[in-house]
Design a protein around this ligand. Structure first.
Ligand code: SF4
Ligand code: SF4
Length: 397
């Protein structure tokens, strides 16, 4: 297993981290025994970065990780877990969640602690105003939290504001060869790196879609170069080729995936893809663009929308529905466009002002396309469904 150094604190982190969100399951629920076994096998393979969150698997993810790391394994790894701001309505609520996390994880310190799914600066300011950020700093001074960071799924502009708003110890972004211009994107990765902020990458396979749902023309490109190569191999290699990336999280759910990913992780040094391999990606991008319904490049020139619509975000989820045959498109739409925050960014909040269209270099009829997105992604019961989901998740206003 190759490692990369966290330049801020000298931690040697395995370039492959274990994302504990998609743990092995049995009969529709998480299989505790198999999960513990898999986590321990990961450690045997050299993985030393484990990423979980307060609400993954309804809280079981943290508990299972805690059990797996008992018997002396805790000191061999770094634990990353997250505070969900959307479930925090006051300071004591945050403290209560953190105490629960330490108890579930059977530890008295967290190596990497993140504000979960911050999607814009307002979410961070809300935490600051509540006193949560000062308290995290105090915990850091006491050694109870070692690094303070955030995970992000918003727009490019929002990422730029967030990453420069605070001296973060690290950040976590979604990044893969389909997301060069989506969310934080390549520009966000480069910006974070230039600020000296280590970047942890999540969703390297877009939730597995880049493993088994890519268009056949893309598969053909990969196989034309090497008939034995797999889409997973290409996707992971592409990310590790970036010197700005420290750890790539993968939500492996069985040993086959673990074997495959650790094999690739034992080879990938930064800037190690050949010119010919990079040319394969150029052709793959061309195919992807040809098959894209709304030709949005994610440049963000149309942003910010005065009413808060995440225009490139709406188009990205819509395009994925067709390009990657994304079946969970409505859940992703809800999750990435403000459904779990108090700042909705859906297509339906567009007020038709037209300001954005004058700025789009692709001359996209943004208002018309947003109506198409709204019709397909929201439908008549969207607002009711969202209210129920927010209530279920106990999301505060
Ligand atoms: S037309 Fe809609 S999306 Fe565009 S700036 Fe106006 S409100 Fe925002
Ligand atoms: S300006 Fe046009 S291409 Fe750029 S993000 Fe907005 S809609 Fe997409």
């Amino acid at each position: 297993m190759l490692t990369r150094t966290n330049k801020n604190n000298g931690d040697e982190l395995s370039i492959l981290g274990f994302g504990c969100m998609r743990l092995p399951s049995k009969n529709g629920s998480v299989d505790e025994e198999a999960s513990i076994e898999l986590i321990r096998k990961c450690i045997d393979k050299g993985i030393n970065y484990f990423d979980t969150a307060y609400f993954y698997n309804g809280g079981k993810s943290e508990s299972i990780l805690g059990k797996a790391l008992s018997d002396g394994l805790r000191e061999r790894v770094k634990i990353a877990t997250k505070l969900p701001p959307f479930m925090v309505s006051n300071f004591s609520g945050a403290k209560k969640i953190f105490a629960t996390q330490l108890s579930r994880l059977q530890t008295n310190y967290i190596d990497y602690y993140l504000l979960h799914m911050l999607s814009d600066l307002n979410g961070f300011i809300r935490m600051k105003d509540m006193g949560v950020v000062d308290w995290l700093e105090k915990l850091k001074k006491q050694g109870i939290i070692r690094n303070i960071g955030f995970s992000f799924h918003g727009s490019k502009n929002d990422f730029e504001q967030l990453v420069t708003a605070y001296p973060w110890d690290f950040c976590q972004i979604q990044y893969n060869y389909m997301d060069i211009n989506n969310q934080a994107g390549r520009s966000g990765l480069i910006l974070a790196d230039s600020l000296g902020i280590p970047v942890i990458v999540m969703e390297p396979l877009r939730g597995g879609r880049l493993a088994d749902r890519i268009p056949k023309e893309v598969l053909h490109e990969f196989h034309a170069y090497d008939e034995n190569s797999t889409p997973v191999e290409w996707a992971l290699k592409w990310i590790w080729n970036h010197p700005e990336v420290t750890v790539v999280l993968s939500g492996m759910s069985d040993e086959v995936q673990l074997e495959q990913n650790t094999r690739i992780a034992s080879q990938m040094l930064p800037n190690s893809l050949s010119d010919k391999e990079l040319e394969v990606f150029d052709r793959v991008m061309d195919v992807m663009h040809e098959k894209t319904k709304i030709p949005c490049t994610g440049c963000g020139y149309c942003m910010p929308c005065p009413f808060g619509v995440n225009i490139p975000g709406c188009f990205s989820v819509y395009n994925d529905k067709y390009l990657l045959n994304e079946k969970r498109n409505k859940v992703i739409y809800l999750r990435t466009l403000g459904g779990l925050s108090n700042q909705p960014a859906y297509a339906s909040i567009c007020k038709d002002c037209g300001k954005c269209e004058k700025l789009c270099p692709q001359t996209i009829e943004i208002r018309k396309e947003l109506k198409r997105v709204k019709k397909e992604m929201e439908g008549p019961f969207f607002n009711i469904g969202m209210k129920i989901a927010r209530k279920f998740m106990k999301i505060s206003k």
